[in-house]
Design a protein around this ligand. Sequence first.
Ligand SMILES: Nc1ncnc2c1ncn2[C@@H]1O[C@H](COP(=O)(O)OP(=O)(O)O)[C@@H](O)[C@H]1O
Ligand SMILES: [Mg+2]
Length: 288
Amino acid sequence: MGCKSKYYRRDQNNINFSYKRNVVIKKKMRKKKELRSTARAVSIDPNIVLDVHDLIKIYTTGNSIVTALNKVNLTIKKGEFIAIVGPSGSGKTTLINCLGALDFPDSGKIIYNVDSKGMGLDVTQMTNKQHKKMRLRKIGLIFQFYNLFPILTAYENVELPMVIDKRDAKEREVKVKSLLKRIGLEERMEHLPTQMSGGEQQRVTIARALVNEPLIILADEPTGELDTETTTNILKIFLDLKKAGESILMVTHNKRIAETADRIITLTDGVFTDEVIGGKTLEEINKF
Ligand SMILES: Nc1ncnc2c1ncn2[C@@H]1O[C@H](COP(=O)(O)OP(=O)(O)O)[C@@H](O)[C@H]1O
Ligand SMILES: [Mg+2]
C-alpha cells in the first residue's frame, strides 16, 4: 500500500509538474500572440514587393539546435523573378515557410507591400488569423508535391481560394475559366488530380496560386518531380507570368531553370553566400 501510494504521489507530482509547465507554455504563447497582434503599417518603397531583414529561424529538437536561417536579408522588386539555390538542408524550405506566412521566424522582419502603393505590413508581427488572410489574398504558394484536394476537380481546386474568400459565383467562374485557359488546361477542368499527369497537376496549382491575384508567387522546387520536357513547359508558364509583371521567388535544384531568373541567390547553411545575375532565355538554356 505504502509502495502504491509512493508511485501514486510520484504520478501526481508528474501530473502537477506537466500541468504547471503547460500553463507556463500557454502563458508564453499568449504573450507572443499579443505581441504579434500589434502589426502596424510601415511605409515601404512602392516599387518593392517584399523586404526581408535579418531573418533568423532556429529549430530546437531535444538537444539539437539547428540555425536554419541566420540573418537573411532580401529585397524583391515588383515584377522580379528570383531563384534561390543551395544544397539540401541549407534552409530553402524554411525561408519559403517564413515568407509564406506558414511559420514564424525567431527574429527579423518580413515586410510585404500589402496595398501595392507603399503600405507595408510585417508578417512576423501578425496573429495566426492574419497569417491565414495573407496566404489567402496576398501570397501564392506552390509546392513540389502539388497539394491538390484529391476529391475536387481541376476547376474546383482552382476555385477553392475564391470560395473561402466568399467571392461572387459569377466572378469565380470568369476568373477560374480564364486562368485554366491561360495555363492550357481548359479541356481538363473536370478532371480529378488522379486523372492528370504531374505536369498538369502542377499547372493547376499555379492557377490556384494566382486565383486571388497575390502580390508574389513563392514556389518551393515546383519542378522537382517532373521530367525534363514537362519542366520546360512549367518554366515557360513562369516566364510568361514574369513577362506579365508577376513577382516570383522560386527555390530550385535545377541549374537551367535558375539561370532564367533575374537574380540567382545561393543559400548555404542558412546564409546567403552568393548572388549572380541570370536572365537567360529558354533558347539560351536549351542550347546546352
Ligand atoms: N520542423 C523542423 N524541426 C527541426 N529541424 C528542422 C525542421 N525543418 C527543417 N529543419 C532543419 O533545418 C535545416 C534546413 O531545412 P530546410 O529548410 O528544409 O532545408 P532545404 O529546404 O534547403 O533542404 C535542416 O538542417 C533541417 O534538418
Ligand atoms: Mg526543401
